[in-house]
Ligand binder design. Structure first.
Ligand code: SAM
Length: 262
């Protein structure tokens, strides 16, 4: 079996990709394969709304000068860099991802941002990109003021293990902010969204990303079979997170979860 076949999502896997025993390996290969076109497709397929969702996540994080941020599943770094733009006096931003080509893009974008006159102040922020599996991450207890994760949760194999580690790494005053896709409540919108997600998106993805690993078939399948907001809230509560709050963005197509450690 060649590498491409081993990493691709087959039709049967896509009935519920979260149940694939080798989900972690497939997800890693998939994102490594689409890193070059990931940003372009993100902006195109979301009609540029993804920028607005990340800006909202940064507002919800309420970060203050001198704070430390951990951005899990940071991919090409868009959320981490949004933190840097919004609050240039942060002490550090650590972006973690296990797909090296995604992190390479993040590093390129950091260099570009820091060269630009407009964002001169971001030079003062210590932005670090770490290539690690977030399910086995330990960067110290009570270390971060905020942990964020944009569109990463759904891709994890062991959600509970990752969130327990997040809880440990957050300071007692720390805040968790998660963005994740969901299905809109409104039936008409849910139908329109499903048509777009299941029909248009895989075709556009295949053309632009030459999607050999079926990433843009995996996306709608992984959203429709993922935990509901209530299940995620329940899990966060069980781990110990308090003051859970869920905000619907773009008519519920994206959910922002905010939780405090204590
Ligand atoms: C949909 S992308 C989101 C990227 C970025 N946060 C954004 O908003 O565009 C999901 C990212 O999660 C990463 N990822 C998935 N599982 C991971 C794991 N166990 N450890 C580290 N990174 C992981 C993938 O490599 C991918 O870059």
């Amino acid at each position: 079996m060649n590498q491409e076949t081993k990493s691709s999502w087959r039709r049967d896997d896509l009935k519920n990709p979260h149940r694939a025993p080798d989900k972690r390996r497939r997800v890693q290969a998939m994102f490594s394969g689409i890193a070059g076109t990931y940003d372009l497709l993100n902006h195109l397929l979301s009609l540029n709304l993804d920028r607005r969702w990340r800006r909202r996540a940064v507002q919800l994080a309420r970060v203050q000068p001198g704070q430390s941020i951990l951005d899990l599943c940071c991919g090409t770094g868009d959320l981490s860099l949004e933190f840097a733009r919004a609050q240039p006096d942060l002490a550090e931003i650590v972006g973690v991802d296990f797909a090296p080509p995604m992190l390479a893009r993040a590093a390129q974008k950091t260099a570009r941002l820091c060269r630009s006159q407009k964002h001169d102040r971001c030079k003062t922020i210590a932005l670090k990109w770490l290539c690690r599996d977030v399910e086995r991450l330990d960067l110290g207890e009570n270390r971060f003021d905020c942990v964020s994760c944009a569109f990463g949760l759904r891709n994890l194999q062991n959600l509970s293990a990752a969130l327990k580690q997040v809880y440990r790494m957050l300071k007692s005053t720390g805040r968790l902010v998660i963005l994740e896709f969901a299905l809109p409540d409104n039936q008409f919108l849910a139908w329109a969204y499903a048509c777009y997600f299941r029909l248009a998106l895989p075709v556009i993805g295949s053309i632009i990303a030459m999607d050999r690993n079926s990433a843009y078939h995996y996306l709608p399948a992984s959203v429709s079979t993922f935990d509901t907001a209530a299940q995620i809230e329940k899990l966060l509560g069980k781990i110990g997170f308090k003051n859970l709050h869920v905000e619907k963005l773009s008519a519920g197509a994206v959910l922002a979860f905010v939780a405090l450690k204590t």
